[in-house]
Design a protein around this ligand. Sequence first.
Ligand code: HEC
Length: 148
Amino acid sequence: MTSDRIPSSIPFLVLFIVAASFVACSHTPPNANIETAGVSFVHDIVPILESRCLVCHHQANAPNCSGLNLENRQLAFTTGRNSPIIIPGDPDHSPIVTALVASETQPAFMPPVAHRLSDSQLELIKAWIREGAEWPTSSTGTLSRPGS
Ligand code: HEC
């Protein structure tokens, strides 16, 4: 008789585990405190690219930087050794993100130490790509390098 009762408790156990894992998964993900919904290219992304990347990734200097020129949308999506470095909707497979999260010992480590992004800047870049990597082709989308 005991052997009948043990199996009958298994469905409840399974149900409990499933329910418990739902509770666990509904916890707020890391970085949920960083406001990344509705990223604005002009307000959030341009300042990061212009202050941290354009100093190297511009027309004249691109040949020294893997060919990558971030001056405008067309160039950003077609230049670079691993072009396209931005895959709209897929930050995890975008080489730009891989380069930005690479550890200091990996060749892809980018940008060099003095230009590193903060965690919130990195989250903004990822959210921007996840949301489709909007980058106007008009003059609004033309970036300038610091001091130019
Ligand atoms: C001080 C100069 C410098 C700055 C600043 C800089 N980079 Fe770079 N970047 C380089 C160099 C040099 C390379 C080429 C490295 C190599 O050949 O492995 C490179 C390569 C890359 C690559 C690889 C491109 C490819 O297709 O292989 C990416 C992506 C990249 N940088 C993104 C960025 C981003 C985004 C920023 C700003 C957050 C940035 N870099 C800032 C110098 C810089």
